[in-house]
Design a protein around this ligand. Structure first.
Ligand code: GLC
Ligand code: CA
Length: 577
């Protein structure tokens, strides 16, 4: 057995940085709650804060360090709540501010911290400031809070550019007077103008508002998008969509990852540091691998960034290894920690994804493209693929749990829940579905309300229906059922997270190269002799093939499928010491 390399050095102010209160987030496990789909206490089909309150014991039993609540703010739900009408209020369908404060207190009492979602790239078109902007004249201070530009042609009838929005259609919406406002996403989501001091000040007020109510951290939506290199007083001509596609995101791009975002987050950091312990934040970054991502994670900026690259590595030892080294490098470079994510409310659930045929391409978007096509074709999955997907999901999740750094889980993944891939068009809510007809079915399939019980109305989600229909098979994955089964995915998550907490040490790992099986296996050791090994092959590998002496039974801590016949089965992760 050869110790290959030490990939990351200790981080933080002391050798064991996690003992420092202010560093609690560095290796935290954060569980994402999509409030509308978690638990519905009042039986109106929409999950609510009282529902989350009723599941605090469940959350505590998972062994997580924090929850992140996706938006619960007043919203017309043009984009599942990422279209915010009021940044400092709770949607009455979800609860009240008092309930929010109670919930934070309750979670804190069981040792769970709270992140809220901040959506700074755009508001909703119902936000009072946007209404004011529409009512005011071109060039007015009211319009200056958003990104307006005049169209060309005599009456301004030609939009400022032919750019396409992330959800389809134009990025420019005419307002009837020859002017247009810019929206990166749906027309109901007008982009803020971050050159505007009132906008900047108002977001600082929002950050303080939630921090004063006990919120520990912020997940920052579309963190790369805020700074715009255009607007009413910027260059007269904009690149065409074809030209835009050639501009790498970064300083020269009109709206993605410009250098000026750094200064915005430096201002946020000042606010975070006024609290004790300092408030924390994590940047949502969707981009190709780039060292620029680490900028968002420095102590002068948001402090942590999502590196979704592992999602795009699929089920491949070589690709996962490459991503792990890359992400640990960024963590080191930024003085932060790595973030590991397999699922969230924007992607196909990984228990389904990992059962699909692999696409071995260097293009980071190749697998997302495969998933899009799969959903479009009706999401049919042969039952053997369901079983393989679940085995791989368990193995890859437990592999990530062993890595240094923090881990973000998405509600339902602890149940091994698959995607609901065949939702009827009439049930769909995601604007992606409506704005890209025939191209994209959207993200509703990972947002279907959780099954808590094996039967009964909405499988225990609430006393009545659920806002997205649950399939009949949901009951098989119910919490109730999994609590009674020691081999369930829920039992595995609980056990692994508990062990992880006990074993966690400095943010370091040492790769072990695995004999002749190298390209199909990943194996590393954490400080304290905690071994993590994943067999990515479709067949079992004996300990001999792995170049290892079989650890005695009392040294095995955990395995995602049963270890038999002196071998590690296919699609399995084992931990030992
Ligand atoms: C982020 C959110 C996504 C939303 C988009 C626009 O990517 O995660 O759900 O649609 O931003 O706000
Ligand atoms: Ca409700």
């Amino acid at each position: 057995m050869t110790a290959a390399q030490v990939t990351i050095a200790d981080r933080g102010t002391t050798n064991d940085s996690d003992t420092n209160e202010a560093d609690w987030w560095r290796q935290a496990v954060v569980y994402q709650i999509y409030p509308r789909s978690f638990a519905d206490a009042n039986g109106d089909g929409i999950g609510d804060l009282a529902g989350i309150m009723s599941k605090v014991d469940y959350l505590a039993g998972l062994g997580i360090d924090a929850v992140w609540l996706s938006p619960f703010y007043p919203s017309a739900l043009a984009d599942g709540g990422y279209d915010v009408d009021d940044y400092r209020q709770v949607d009455p369908r979800i609860g009240t501010l008092d309930e929010f404060v109670d919930l934070v207190e309750r979670l804190h009492r069981v040792g769970i911290r709270v992140f809220v979602d901040i959506v700074p790239n755009h508001s909703s078109n119902r936000h009072p400031w946007f209404r004011e902007a529409l009512a005011a004249a071109p060039g007015s201070p009211e319009r200056a809070r958003y990104v307006f530009r005049r169209g060309s042609g005599e009456q301004g009838e030609i939009p400022p550019s032919d750019w396409t929005a992330a959800f389809g259609g134009s990025t420019w919406e005419p307002v009837g007077d020859g002017w247009y406002y810019f929206h990166l996403f749906a027309p109901e989501q007008p982009d803020w103008n971050w050159d505007n001091d009132e906008v900047r000040e108002d977001f600082l007020t929002t950050l303080r508002f939630w921090a004063d109510r006990g919120v520990d951290g912020f997940r920052v939506d579309v963190a790369m998008g805020l700074a715009k290199g255009f607007g009413s007083d910027h260059p007269a001509t904009l690149p065409t969509q074809a030209e835009l596609a050639e501009i790498p995101i970064g300083p020269d791009h009109p709206y993605f990852d410009r250098d000026d975002v750094d200064e915005i987050y430096a201002g946020w950091r000042e606010v975070f540091n006024q609290y004790d312990p300092p408030r924390v934040a994590v940047a949502e970054l969707w981009s190709e691998p780039s060292d620029r991502k680490a900028r968002y994670a420095t102590p002068q900026s948001l402090g942590q960034a999502f590196y979704f690259d592992v999602m795009h590595a699929g089920w491949s030892a070589t690709r996962v290894r490459r991503v792990v080294d890359m992400v640990l490098g960024w963590a080191d470079q930024s003085g932060s920690s790595s973030t590991w994510v397999l699922s969230n409310h924007d992607v196909v659930r990984h228990a389904s994804r990992l059962g699909l045929p692999d696409v071995d391409a260097d293009d980071p978007w190749a697998l997302a493209e495969r998933d899009r096509r799969w959903l479009l074709s009706g999401g049919v999955t042969p039952s053997e693929n369901i079983a393989v997907g679940l085995d791989r999901a368990r193995a890859l999740s437990v592999f990530l749990m062993g890595l240094p750094g923090s881990l973000y889980l998405y509600q339902g993944e602890e149940l091994g829940l698959p995607e609901v891939a065949d939702l009827d068009a009439s049930a769909r809510q995601d604007p992606v579905f409506f704005r890209s007809p025939g191209h994209n079915v959207g993200r509703d399939g990972c947002r279907v309300p959780l099954p808590w019980t094996a039967s009964g109305p909405s499988f225990g989600f609430g006393s009545a229906g659920s806002h997205l229909p649950q399939p009949a098979w949901f009951g098989d994955y119910a919490v109730e059922r999994q609590e009674a089964d020691p081999n369930s995915t829920l039992a595995l998550y609980r056990r692994a997270l508990q062990l992880r907490r006990e074993l966690q040490g400095p943010q370091r790992l040492t790769w072990v190269e695995s004999g002749s099986a190298r390209s199909r296996v990943l194996h590393f050791v954490r400080p304290g002799g905690w071994h993590v090994l994943t067999n990515f092959a479709d067949h079992r590998l004996t300990w001999g093939q792995l170049g290892l002496v079989q650890p005695s039974a009392d040294r095995i801590l955990l395995a995602t499928t049963e270890l038999t016949q002196s071998a590690v089965p296919a699609h399995t992760t084992a931990w030992w010491r």
